[in-house]
Design a protein around this ligand. Sequence first.
Ligand SMILES: *Cc1c(COP(=O)(O)O)cnc(C)c1O
Length: 375
Amino acid sequence: MAIPYGHQSINDDDIASVVEVLRGDWLTMGPVHAAFEAALATLAGTTDALAVTSGTAALHCAYVAAGVGPGDEVVTTPMTFVATAATAALLGATITFADIDGVTRNIDPAAVEAAMTERTKVVAAVDYAGHPADLDELLEIAHRHGALLLEDAAHSIGSVYRGRPVGGIADMTEFSFFPTKNMTTGEGGALLSTDPGLVDRVRRFRGQGMIPDRSQMRRRDEGGWFQEVHSFGINYRLPDILSALGLSQLARLEAFKARRTAIYDRYNAALSDLDGVGLPAKRDDVDPMWHLYPIRIRDGQRKRVYNAMRERGILVQVNYIPVYWHPVFEDMGYRRGMCPVAELFYEEELSLPMYVELTDADQDHVIEVLRGAVA
Ligand SMILES: *Cc1c(COP(=O)(O)O)cnc(C)c1O
């Protein structure tokens, strides 16, 4: 049987939570959605969290709330999923890619500093593989230039940066609950912010632009049925059916983290002597919840090792194609060679299977096949 690179963990409690919502009155906009948002806020130590239909939706909301539009610039990393940049480009922003740090694979604060202009509205950092970006340094740079820091924490719910949980550190933080991520709602995501004004704008945008609070209406005396829209929005609400799964998964997050840490440690111990293979590195001031186990296959062997492992049913992955290599960016004039550290990392990167239900026996098999492939 094939071993995927990532997979969800669903237990009987998760299933029972979803069934309970299905038997109840509120499939969406109900108390379980609110409870999931409250639990996310508690986890991150923020006052608000907004659950939405995907991580991509959360990123879109964040850029809208930041007021990103034509003429604005967004500085981000090429070592991410395309959505980090695409959702800002869709709003008309110009994307500037800043190269990554050679150790963490996260955006390099020095490269960000060099990329900032008076038009930069948002710096979007990604916690690659679960390792938090250099958030304090990035916050300082962004704020000094009048920009906001958006943390794409699609990989890193459960991670800790300098003693603080990811989610309440950057101006805005996005989570994804896609099945391969650290916890899942099938499709889903969340946007957290430390700024009530940003939260308010996200809440309106994800709810068709409706004013959620009567006290903010222009005409309060029309009647109880009255609604107002002050700016256009769309519908990104996460239904209660999926919020129930999220709430149940959130209760398992610490157990998920323990298992992912054990898998990470076992890979480190088993692979440290392998010639031509580089292992992931970690800064001392972070406690990551590892989403990926990204290794480097040196000497131009990555493609061969990828194919050899896939042939043996080990569905290794490559994270990520440098974002500006996508033809959509190429057609706008972006060229290969812009971020050499990221490109070299891409040429060598291979993500080994990493998920809660990967057994020790599965992992031993992955290790054995990898050893055979690089020999
Ligand atoms: C998964 C992911 C996203 C998008 O999340 P979806 O929930 O799939 O829309 C964005 N950024 C990164 C880094 C991701 O890994």
